[in-house]
Ligand binder design. Structure first.
Ligand code: SR1
Ligand code: MG
Length: 399
């Protein structure tokens, strides 16, 4: 981990109104004289201020702390992640503006992003945990991933230009977090891993040599395949949903040029975790709906990529036949990355409320079920999202 000696002023609820008032493009968006400011950051990393005026207008300020919030100042961490997030909003906004929040301004000196207020939306993880259905959200995220996969890759960007962009977007510290927490530690063991005592035996099965080797392949893919400017942390806690159907991916600070299947895989992993919750709570109807989201997201991704394919920059080798091979590769990658992400939500550092809010006996059953799904996804070749979904339901039904 790179230590940073950053000195910049952190926002506090009491200083936010003055900060906004002093910046013309922001001051025009809310009435700072009636501003109510709440710090609502519930993620692992940053400060997030929801600012709403008496007239109901709002704005969100997100500031990167110079350390990992989940752990505290003992884990210094680069605030340059805010630069990466601004890059994600700018680049993804060119191609998929309807699927992300609007970025109003970025303060490079203090690592503050001013973003569209989506407080009328819900974080998808919370909605899924409560058993809500948001029809069409998975398809929207599939389309988002498909657009980004095309327009920020060698398929949509001239080769030298793409290399220059990729060089500018390297993000070693953020990638290291994912490489360690998602792609290594659940399978190697680590001091900061934690899990219920009842899961000890199951957790150890993730360290068997074949499982570790499969995780190694995925880590290698993550570290070496700069396919597109992916979101990089697209779990269900990074998506907001609204009853109108509006669905937005936020928190793009982990974006980097990486494998496209990583974004789909993170969504799928968190569908698996929801399925585990549904299984122990006997929420059969919700489970049947969640089980359909794997294919829904994939089909939308595939349709988007196919529809953009005629615009491929270099058609000499990136032919229609190549597209079929490419889709096979992303399908396999997605299933593999889903396994690694699901594993870390049960035995790694960063757990999720979908499972943690269960009563201990149900939590243990759900955790063991997720681990069984992870092992099968890593050890058996899985060819389609429908297979991932069916395999997950089969394992989780064993209780
Ligand atoms: C120490 S940061 C842990 C996790 O929080 C972020 O949301 C990412 O998912 C990261 O892996
Ligand atoms: Mg996040």
């Amino acid at each position: 981990m790179t230590a940073v000696q950053e000195t910049y002023e952190l926002l506090e609820p009491g200083t936010v109104a003055a900060y906004i008032a002093a910046r013309e493009p922001l001051a025009a968006r809310v009435d700072t004289s009636t501003l109510d400011v709440q710090e609502i950051g519930d993620g692992n990393l940053n400060l997030v201020f929801l600012c709403r005026d008496a007239g109901g207008r709002g704005i969100v300020l997100k500031q990167a702390l110079p350390y990992v919030r989940l752990v505290g100042p003992s884990w210094p961490f680069t605030p340059m992640r805010a630069v990466a997030e601004a890059r994600a909003y700018a680049e993804h906004g060119k191609w998929a503006a309807e699927y992300i929040p609007e970025l109003y301004a970025f303060d490079r000196e203090r690592y503050i992003l001013a973003i569209e207020d989506l407080s009328d939306h819900r974080v998808w993880r919370g909605a899924l945990t409560d058993g809500e259905r948001h029809d069409g959200a998975a398809a929207k995220m599939g389309r988002y991933i498909g657009r980004v996969a095309f327009h920020t890759s060698v398929f949509g960007v001239e080769a030298k230009e793409l290399k220059a962009r990729a060089a500018e977007a390297i993000s070693p510290d953020l990638c290291e977090i994912t490489e360690d927490l998602v792609l290594t530690e659940p399978f190697s063991g680590a001091e900061r891993n934690w899990f219920q005592d009842e899961l000890e035996e199951a957790a150890l099965t993730l360290r068997e040599p074949e499982v570790l080797a499969a995780a190694g392949e995925l880590k290698h893919a993550f570290m070496t395949r700069g396919e597109a400017l992916i979101h990089g942390d697209l779990h269900t806690g990074s998506v907001m949903v609204h009853p109108s159907g509006s669905t937005r991916a936020f928190d793009g600070e982990f974006c980097f040029y990486g494998p496209v299947g990583f974004d789909l895989g993170l969504l799928w992993a968190n569908f698996i975790v929801t399925l585990a919750r549904d299984a122990v709570l006997a929420r059969d109807e919700h489970a049947a709906w969640v089980a359909s989201l794997f294919e829904e997201s994939w089909d939308a991704f595939e349709a988007e990529l196919r529809s953009l394919w005629p615009q491929v920059v270099d058609r000499r080798v990136f032919t229609d036949a190549f597209l079929e091979r490419r889709l096979d590769q992303v399908r396999r990658d997605s299933a593999g990355f889903a396994a690694t992400e699901a594993a870390r939500r049960v035995v790694g550092l960063a757990h999720v409320p979908d499972l943690e809010t269960l009563e201990p006996p149900e939590r243990a059953v759900a955790g063991r079920g997720v681990i069984a799904v992870v092992r099968r996804l890593l050890l058996e070749p899985v060819g389609s999202p429908a297979e991932v979904s069916a395999l997950a339901r089969e394992e989780l039904a064993k209780g």
